[in-house]
Ligand binder design. Structure first.
Ligand code: F3S
Length: 393
């Protein structure tokens, strides 16, 4: 693999310990995937933040890197295991909270912005078409490749951090134009809202697996729908991008030689909804997977029509969206109605089973899929309107 003189210096440890470790990770990755060189990046999004997933060994590794490691590009951070202000209200233990703060401090020392969100593109990290970036967090990766047209592979936490520390990523996969073409075309039935888009993503991920799909028949889609689609697609499939005919910026790239074509019907989405329902009475209703936008908060407020929420209901957002909602009075209104606006985390990365949650309802296919497979809780998927009606019963 060709390395520039500066990259060689990093590899030899002439630019410090952290950059050396980072360059070793990237060279190993580049060699596995046959990259010829590194490419400079514009931004990074680092995952691996919750103490629930990292444990003590992870905290020590980050603290070691933070001694001399400083990021070279604008870098943001995935959600943590708790709301850093409301963790006591959430029922998180002091011991967990202290470890979580150590992790955030280590990242912050490296120069990373503690945005603590899976929607960095709603929190200031918004690349442009054609930018090379290194992002972890599968839902954000799919969104940024597909909707914005920036270029990233589906990085893991360590490789995204390594890229942030060196300002480079190995040049392979989705950094190369030809690899961004679709090889499966999926004809889509009528979709009503983000719930249908989430089910479409869930079904399509299973069908397309590692292949990039082109969706045909979706006339228009808003940001909420596109993020629901991408998050679900990346949960059941291994792909890191999609195209939508007439909508996303690179859908006209010539397809790969052999294109498979699949017709989906409404029945397929209904079957998916049944698969994602354990017929349970939820302990927690949860909106915001990926983290909710201001539009979603306003939508929830409008649909509540002043009614008080009687069940535990969380809406997960980034801290920047929370602050915006505070300025507009939306945050205060929702909290008055009994909705908890939870920042910096979500029920998947927070230690919710130790908080007594045994079943979850949400409108997100990714949210239920991970709740079932990672947190092992009972699940229910439903439209936002139905979740709100359930919450006020
Ligand atoms: Fe974000 Fe948690 Fe969903 S990190 S994408 S809200 S699983």
């Amino acid at each position: 693999m060709y390395l520039t003189r500066e990259e060689e210096k990093m590899l030899k440890g002439e630019m410090g310990y952290a950059k050396q470790v980072a360059m070793e990770i990237l060279v190993a990755l580049g060699e596995i995937y046959g990259a010829e060189k590194m490419v400079p990046i514009r931004s990074a999004q680092v995952s691996g933040v919750s103490y629930k997933n990292l444990g003590e060994a992870g905290v020590e590794w980050l603290e070691e890197l933070s001694r001399d490691g400083r990021v070279e590009v604008y870098t943001t951070l995935n959600p943590a295991g708790m709301d850093i202000e409301r963790w006591r209200e959430m029922g998180v233990s002091r011991e967990f909270a202290e470890q979580q703060i150590r992790i955030i401090n280590a990242y912050t020392k490296m120069g990373i912005h503690p945005t603590l969100t899976c929607t960095p593109y709603l929190a200031g990290n918004k690349p442009s078409l054609g930018d090379h970036i290194a992002w972890a967090e599968s839902s954000a990766v799919v969104y940024v490749n597909s909707v914005i047209g920036a270029r990233t592979n589906r990085e893991g936490g360590p490789s995204a951090l390594a890229s942030a520390l060196t300002g480079r990523t190995p040049y392979y996969g989705l950094h190369i134009t030809e690899n961004r073409a679709y090889s499966i075309k999926i004809n889509v039935p009528d979709l009503k809202d983000e719930y249908d888009f989430a089910l479409l993503g869930y079904v399509s991920g299973k069908l397309s697996k590692e292949k990039i799909p082109l969706f045909s028949g979706i006339g228009s889609a808003n940001q909420v729908e596109l993020k629901a689609l991408g998050a679900a697609l990346a949960s059941t499939g291994g792909t890191a991008m999609f195209h939508i005919e007439g909508l996303t910026p690179e859908y006209m790239l010539p397809p790969l030689d052999r294109v498979e074509e699949i017709d989906l019907e409404e029945r397929d989405l209904k079957n998916a909804a049944e698969e994602l329902n354990d017929d349970t009475e939820p302990d927690l209703i949860f909106i915001g997977c990926p983290h909710a936008s201001l539009e979603e908060l306003i939508m929830i407020m409008q649909r509540l029509r002043g009614r008080i929420v009687k069940k535990e209901m969380w809406v997960c957002v980034s801290r920047s969206i929370k602050e915006l909602a505070e300025q507009l009075g939306v945050y205060q209104k929702l909290e008055e109605l009994g909705v908890k606006i939870v920042s910096d985390t979500c029920p998947i990365v927070a230690p919710i089973t130790s908080l007594g949650v045994k079943s979850i309802a949400t409108n997100s296919a990714k949210g239920v899929w991970y709740s079932r497979n990672i947190n092992k809780v009972k699940i229910k998927i439903a439209r936002l309107t139905d979740l709100i009606e359930e919450a006020v019963q």
